[in-house]
Design a binder for this molecule. Structure first.
Ligand SMILES: Cc1ncc(C[n+]2csc(CCOP(=O)(O)OP(=O)(O)O)c2C)c(N)n1
Length: 378
């Protein structure tokens, strides 16, 4: 990994004042370091990558400085619209530097949901006429590339990118939160076990990207249950509830449950009032709220600051009017909300962290989809 103190120093020296982004595993030490090295009033961890581009554009418009945006390459899709219709040279020609975690780089052996994005990342940048360089473990070359990107963005008055390889801005996956103050005691694993206990065995479950899909899959293995009723949304962050709403619309006779993350549900929050106002009595949206982006390093989301239950109630969902945080509250909550005549929402406040021996998710996505369709159409 390259020396982060040097990275922040170069960025500051080159005149960058403002940073926004959505965290990524490949950038996780860079993102966590911002909490120590960067002025907190000049860093916004945004709901999605498109918002980050817009925040950076706003900061530029008010200061004429070059801002910086960080993201996983999965977020390039979210960033695309503002990159094309706001910052592009043909519109407002707004400079910024994008630091992009290059998941799925060809031959890196990454998971299926990252492979196409990895191949397409340079292609997308070329198509957008965004100049870019690759950051690798050669520290001097990477520090030079960062300086180049900032000066190039300023010179061209347009976005410039840095594609970041593994082990350059992050050390390794973080699973332990031993040194973090925990507000709640229920674990995500226990919450998921309890939820699947409380619903009919043939309920259709959609699980959100990251830890939730991984743990649901592992729990089924451990309980010796098949995976046929689970749709593991391994990518497409923020879209689990819309997938679940599509399923619930097609199968009003089946209980459908979406297991969502707090950051994922915030990413495309417009789907909440849309879902809440569908005429569905078979859908429960459950957010397992640990207050962080745990799957990519534990950077704070606003999950504990906002009232997700309040947002859901005012969106039109049936709720309990409060979050739950213990096993018995969770059991009662699911029982009450299963009887709802309209889409229901349950916020479960959980602690951060995962068992260190939790198996990684090695999913054959097409086989899982096939099984799911067979049991959903029955
Ligand atoms: C569009 C997009 N942006 C960023 C990511 C990287 N990413 C994967 S999981 C995750 C955080 C998920 O946090 P949350 O939904 O709260 O669940 P947790 O990991 O805390 O269980 C992020 C940012 C992604 N997969 N897709």
């Amino acid at each position: 990994m390259i020396d982060l103190a040097k990275v922040y120093r170069i960025i500051k020296r080159a005149g960058v004042e403002f940073i926004s982004g959505v965290p990524d595993t490949l950038l996780n030490d860079f993102c966590l370091g911002l909490e120590t090295y960067w002025n907190p009033t000049r860093h916004v961890l945004a709901a999605n990558e498109g918002n980050s581009i817009a925040l950076a554009a706003g900061y530029h418009l008010a200061t004429n400085t070059v801002p910086l945006v960080y993201m996983q390459n999965s977020g390039m899709g979210n960033a695309l619209n503002p990159l094309i219709s706001l910052t592009d040279e043909s519109v407002y020609s707004i400079p910024m530097v994008m630091i992009i975690g290059w998941r799925g780089e060809p031959n890196s052996g990454d998971w299926p949901q990252h492979q196409r994005q990895g191949e397409l990342s340079p292609v997308i940048l070329d198509a957008l006429n965004i100049p870019y360089r690759v950051l690798d473990e050669d520290e001097d070359a990477s520090l030079d590339a960062i300086e180049w990107a900032i000066s190039e963005a300023r010179k061209l008055s347009q976005p410039v990118a840095l594609l970041v390889r593994k082990n350059v801005l992050s050390k390794k996956e973080k699973s332990g939160f031993e040194h973090v103050h925990q507000v709640y005691s229920l674990s995500r694993e226990d919450a998921i076990k309890e939820i699947i206990n409380q619903i009919p065995r043939d309920s259709l479950i959609v699980a959100s990207t990251g830890r939730i899909t991984r743990e649901l899959h592992a729990i089924r293995e451990y309980l010796n249950q098949s995976h046929e009723f689970d749709f593991l949304n391994v990518g497409a962050m923020g879209h689990a509830i819309s997938i679940a709403a599509g399923i619930a619309t097609a199968r009003p006779d089946r209980q459908v449950v979406c297991l969502d993350g707090d950051a994922a549900s915030l990413m495309h929050m417009g789907s909440l009032p849309i879902t809440a106002n569908l005429k569905l009595s078979n859908l429960i949206h459950i957010v397992l709220n640990n207050g962080v982006h745990e799957s990519v390093g534990g950077q704070e989301s606003v999950g504990y600051m906002a009232s997700l239950t309040g947002i859901a109630s005012s969106s039109g969902y049936e709720t309990l009017g409060k979050f739950v945080s213990t096993t018995s509250e969770l059991q009662q909550g699911v029982a009450i909300l299963r009887a709802s005549a309209k889409p229901a929402f349950l916020e479960v406040r959980i602690k951060k962290g995962m068992r260190s021996d939790m198996p990684v998710l090695k999913a054959d996505t097409k086989a899982l989809k096939h099984q799911f369709i067979c049991s959903a159409v029955k």
